[in-house]
Design a protein around this ligand. Structure first.
Ligand code: NZQ
Ligand code: ZN
Length: 383
């Protein structure tokens, strides 16, 4: 196990009816900007719950943070926040609204063009306080210091990280997720599954504790997935899914271990160029990445095959093949099309991604040996 330090400052407020707790979590004298997406919260009662809890507070509303939140929309929010002397930000929605609000929190006090800190987060020196109400289990953004921002003008998508953008608190009421369409539930399951594997699937023998945490979350997700796809209005199932998604990317399963994240980096490029939903991009890339990187990941792929999919085959290569097939089938069981062609994504996108990585001298993966050539191999397998 590697040396590590760990801190997660976000207070998690979880359960039925918990949006009402906003009243006491945000001091009365704060000037709040509430950030929303496209309007789902108006249809599922979340907006009314938030407004009731904050009646008497000074509020302005910012609407229209889109899936894969864009720099172009967010700088408008930054201007409004500055004009109204906002000193507290509240995100209400999915990962995109929370990520967008994190950008706003870092951009308000930033003197230059905030795109600078998306490209180089060491430039962030100050952030404004933010909190979140989550309505979509997937990204873990409600309890981490990461944010992923897109720029429409250049079709780019990058993540930045900073300790100052962890939400002060996040409220998770599973009932707010009952209104999610199947498409988003599937994306959320796939995203969570891949978050766990990006941290787990490197080499065996680094940390027994991290392994068992990750395996517990994966097994939970696999058990819940068919039930959630059948009916996502069952409280305990949704509560378990929500907590799995949060625990999948809040640092608790990555203490002292190597991490991969190549699937995400390739997936972000697919989304930046084509608009494909984040979780769907990952479900395409991951099985191919497992195939291309099978030698590097052999020890962990074998452990994954045994402990997650109960594969007892004595031939290691067959065992790994079966584990990859089962992973792909898991995504397909959610209704996700796991090839590029099924998503109408062609050779031009593959070539552009490889070209971008070549220009940026990008090397990915836990061993920094996923070169642009290997990315090409991976994407060719995704066709
Ligand atoms: O905009 P509204 O109207 O609210 O609708 C949203 C949106 O259209 C809808 N939705 C959310 N909650 C709902 C609901 N519809 C009905 N009922 C509800 N309860 O769902 C749509 C998608 O929302 P979005 O926030 O985009 O989804 P998600 O939470 O999957 O976030 C995706 C973004 O997060 C980034 C992704 O790259 C992508 O930009 N990620 C952020 C990470 C982080 N901060 O740590 C890590 C992840 O790996 C990921 O990269
Ligand atoms: Zn993700």
């Amino acid at each position: 196990m590697k040396n590590f330090s760990f801190k997660n400052p976000t207070k998690l407020i979880f359960g039925k009816g918990s949006i009402a707790q906003l009243t006491k979590e945000i001091p009365q004298d704060k000037r709040i900007m509430i950030c929303f997406g496209g309007g789902s919260v108006k249809n599922n009662g979340v907006y009314d719950q938030v407004m009731n809890a904050l009646s008497g507070h000074h509020i302005i509303e910012f609407w229209g943070i889109e899936p894969n939140p864009t720099y172009e929309t967010l700088i408008e929010a930054v201007a409004q926040a500055r004009n109204h002397s906002i000193d507290f930000l509240l995100a209400v929605g999915g990962g995109s609204v929370i990520d967008g609000t994190k950008f706003i929190a870092a951009a308000i006090p930033y003197a230059n063009d905030p795109w600078e800190f998306v490209l180089d987060d060491s430039k962030i020196t100050k952030t404004f306080p933010l909190a979140a109400i989550l309505t979509l289990p997937a990204t873990g953004s409600e309890m981490n210091g990461g944010s992923v921002i897109s720029k429409l003008a250049t079709k780019e998508k990058y993540a930045f990280h900073h300790p100052g953008v962890f939400p002060l608190f996040s409220i998770l009421d599973p009932e707010t997720c009952y209104s999610l369409p199947d498409y988003q539930i599937a994306a959320g399951i796939a995203d969570t599954f891949v978050h766990i594997l990006e941290q787990y699937l490197t080499t065996a023998g680094q940390s027994m504790v991290m392994d068992r945490f990750a395996e517990g979350l994966l097994l939970t997700l696999i058990e819940l997935a068919p039930r959630l796809m059948e009916n996502h209005q069952e409280y305990d199932d949704m509560a378990n899914f929500m907590l799995t998604a949060t625990m999948g990317l809040n640092g608790f399963i990555s203490m002292g271990i190597k991490q991969d994240w190549a699937t995400h980096m390739i997936g972000h490029e697919i989304t930046a160029l084509t608009g494909l939903t984040h979780g769907y991009s990952l479900a395409i890339v991951l099985p191919a990445l497992m195939q291309v990187m099978r030698e590097d990941k052999k020890s962990k792929l074998l452990q994954y095959a045994e402990r997650i999919w109960n594969i007892t085959d004595t031939n290691p290569e067959t065992k790994i093949n079966t584990a990859i097939t089962k992973t792909n089938n898991f995504f397909r069981s959610l209704g996700i099309k796991t090839t590029l062609s099924e998503n109408n994504i062609g050779e031009d996108v593959i070539l552009e991604i490889v070209h971008r990585f070549q220009e940026r001298n990008t090397v990915l993966g836990e061993n920094r040996n996923i070169t642009p050539d290997k990315v090409l191999n991976i994407l060719n397998l995704c066709k």
